[in-house]
Ligand binder design. Structure first.
Ligand SMILES: CC(C)(COP(=O)(O)OP(=O)(O)OC[C@H]1O[C@@H](n2cnc3c(N)ncnc32)[C@H](O)[C@@H]1OP(=O)(O)O)[C@@H](O)C(=O)NCCC(=O)NCCS
Length: 164
């Protein structure tokens, strides 16, 4: 059952949330690969993820959020000020994820509204994001909350001559 947005708490994430965040990222990646097997998604262990992202938990240019229902983590989001920094700055939503049982109840919109409010408070003029081809739910969601596509992302793997 999806929780009512009011029953969920969205709070800043801490380093202690990393194991749950990495596990949710793994589940997101499974969903994404189902839609696009050639997507350039790099699996990360908890240690690798922590080495890459750990410092950003205390960075003023990053806004990590987790979603809690009944004291359990059921979602997470990350938005940050994009670099190179422009004036006014742009922001980038890197993740917005809810566990399957928590979807379609308005929580996703609440999480995104909170990240957009953070970007506005930083003086942000625009927010960008990407989602993997074949993730139809993401496409419908992002369209509904006001995002419009403007570019294509491509990959060529270097492991063999065909690039596949
Ligand atoms: C994308 C995601 C965060 C949306 O969260 P959510 O709580 O389900 O979304 P909401 O209930 O706030 O929906 C807001 C609007 O988005 C659209 N939407 C969301 N899920 C949809 C779905 N499965 N099918 C059609 N439209 C959908 C609807 O227009 C909805 O408005 P409505 O309920 O008034 O019809 C959630 O589906 C999710 O975590 N998916 C897996 C992770 C993922 O793909 N993240 C994005 C990749 S970057």
């Amino acid at each position: 059952m999806s929780a009512k947005p009011d029953a969920a708490k969205i709070r800043p994430a801490t380093i202690a949330d990393l194991p749950a965040i990495v596990a949710m990222r793994d589940r997101l990646n499974v969903l994404e690969r189902r839609g696009c097997p050639h997507a350039a998604i790099v699996p990360l262990t908890l240690a690798q993820f922590t080495a890459m992202w750990g410092e950003t938990f205390t960075s003023p240019a990053h806004c990590w959020r987790v979603v809690e229902v009944a004291e359990e983590l059921v979602g997470f989001g990350l938005i940050y000020l994009a670099t190179p920094r422009t004036t006014p700055p742009g922001a980038y939503i890197h993740w917005a994820y809810l566990e399957e049982t928590q979807r379609r109840g308005g929580l996703g919109r609440k999480l995104v509204d909170e990240m957009l409010a953070w970007a506005r408070a930083q003086g942000g003029a625009r927010v960008e994001l990407q989602f993997i081809d074949g993730n139809g739910i993401a496409e419908r969601f992002w369209t509904k909350v006001g995002f419009r596509p403007y570019a294509r992302k491509c990959v060529r793997y270097l492991g063999d001559a065909s690039g596949r």
